[in-house]
Write a protein that binds this ligand. Structure first.
Ligand SMILES: Cc1cc2nc3c(=O)[nH]c(=O)nc-3n(C[C@H](O)[C@H](O)[C@H](O)COP(=O)(O)OP(=O)(O)OC[C@H]3O[C@@H](n4cnc5c(N)ncnc54)[C@H](O)[C@@H]3O)c2cc1C
Length: 422
């Protein structure tokens, strides 16, 4: 954000003298925000702002604007491609984590709060966000700036669709309220706007009743086409609450899985998800049941915690992640997913990598830049690559493969999801 001007030493010197208290030149603090999840871009900023209040955030941005310094908002830094990096001022919003208000079906929080924290606040009131990303420790501002989708997005849209209103700091440093009917242009461009249209200070988020129990079934699927076809069968009457297709490298080959869950109360009877009832006919011919389980909603949201601990132990959590993520039009989903996955090798995904394939609907992302492809339903295909540490050749091969994925996507009228490394 900002005017992109490079600051020279004299400008930095003048700026440092007048800097507000939340702005620091501490080398450790600056290095801490010089990297992101992708690990391909490393920019050490001249300054880091760590506001604890909205007034401090405004003060820091106004100061950056006044001194002609480029600035960028940052949540948890879990994006790729240097989106939350700047050579000027990185405004680290993790201190804006206050709960401002909770109502019967909403919560208003600081944009630096993580979704895991939002979940905990909502749960105290028997509520939950309708969509939570697979890794729940991402900031509200960070995911709303890109979209934020999950296994419930074919029912509820993106996280951006759950925003009722926002308090935004404009690139010029003004604090403005916006919503679907109040400065709707600003509202639309900030949601999914990659932090370029304004800094989200606080957001009012729609909540839904929290499920008492989550019943989960994991199914083994024959291949890429069947992964799309099986989910397509479920877009009709037999909708589970959560649906994600996953492709992983197992013992050097591919494993295709469908992860389904239903959100129910304690007294719910048997269903095809929990067992005791046959799978829907269109599904039964395409899948085999691998595993069934039952969880609290919190356990389900944190279902990736064991994998995260393992990846931290092996060092893969901190490895380069040259991700590619695209939205495909419904009409070409089977062909495009098959094309993308047929050209993928285990080395190009990485042992710790994962591909996600699932359908979703979203009004806010449709209005954003770039818009979603045509059609009520679109398909996410996300290649969550993980390169071995210290292997630049693997990273550049993955980057080249991202170009292949983007060509296939453009050829069928798809668009890129900005969580990727492009
Ligand atoms: C392990 C993992 C799992 C993930 N799972 C999912 C998933 O299931 N679904 C999904 O959709 N995405 C997923 N993502 C991608 C993730 O949603 C995005 O990368 C998101 O931006 C990360 O949030 P963050 O707080 O780390 O944002 P950052 O990386 O800090 O910032 C991302 C972008 O948002 C901007 N920004 C940050 N805060 C604000 C703000 N307050 N106001 C305006 N702009 C701001 C930044 O400038 C930057 O452009 C995952 C990422 C990881 C690493």
């Amino acid at each position: 954000m900002g005017n992109g001007a490079r600051q020279d030493d004299s400008a930095r010197g003048t700026a440092t003298m007048a800097a507000p208290p939340c702005v620091s030149t501490d080398a450790v603090a600056r290095r801490a925000v010089a990297r992101d999840w992708g690990g391909q871009v490393g920019v050490v900023p001249a300054f880091v702002a760590r506001p604890r209040t909205e007034a401090e955030a405004q003060e820091a941005v106004n100061w950056a604007v006044e001194h002609d310094l480029p600035w960028v908002p940052r949540g948890q830094g879990h994006s790729c491609g240097g989106r939350a990096q700047s050579e000027g001022v990185v405004v680290d919003l993790s201190g804006l984590d206050a709960v401002h208000d909770v109502g019967p079906d909403f919560v208003t929080v600081g944009a630096g709060m993580t979704w895991s924290q939002v979940l905990d606040v909502a749960a105290e009131h028997g509520l939950a966000p309708p969509v939570i990303t697979d890794h729940p420790h991402l900031s509200v501002g960070g995911t709303l700036s890109l979209g934020g989708v999950g296994g419930t997005s074919y029912r509820h849209g993106a996280q951006a669709d759950s925003v009722v209103r926002m308090l935004v700091l404009t690139p010029g440093g003004r604090v403005v309220r916006c919503g679907p009917r109040l400065r709707s242009d600003l509202f639309t461009s900030v949601l999914g706007g990659s932090g370029t249209a304004g800094l989200i200070l606080r957001a009012t988020l729609r909540l839904v009743p929290a499920p008492a129990v989550v019943r989960r079934v994991r199914l083994t699927v024959g291949g890429p086409r069947a992964l799309v076809e099986a989910q397509r069968e479920l877009l009709g009457d037999e909708k589970p609450d959560h649906m994600q297709g996953l492709v992983q490298v197992v013992d050097g080959g591919w494993r295709h899985r469908l992860d389904l869950a239903e959100f129910v109360d304690e007294a719910a009877g048997p269903s095809w998800v929990s067992g005791g009832r046959p799978l829907p006919a269109g599904l039964a011919s395409r899948v085999e049941v691998a595993e069934r389980s039952r969880h609290s909603h919190r356990e389900f949201v944190h279902r990736g915690a064991a994998d995260e601990a393992r990846l931290r132990e092996t060092g893969d959590w901190d490895a380069p992640h040259p991700w590619a993520a695209v939205f495909l039009p419904d009409a070409h989903a089977e062909d495009a997913v098959a094309d993308i996955l047929d050209g993928l090798t285990p080395r190009l995904l990485g042992e710790a990598g994962l591909v996600l394939v699932y359908p979703l609907r979203s009004i806010m992302l449709r209005a954003g830049r770039p818009a979603l492809p045509q059609g009520a339903v679109v398909w996410l295909c996300a290649l969550l690559r993980s390169a071995p540490q210290g292997d630049p050749a693997a990273v550049s091969d993955m980057e080249a493969d991202n170009e292949r994925v983007h060509r296939i996507t453009a050829g069928v009228g798809g668009t890129r999801y900005r969580i990727g490394a492009h």
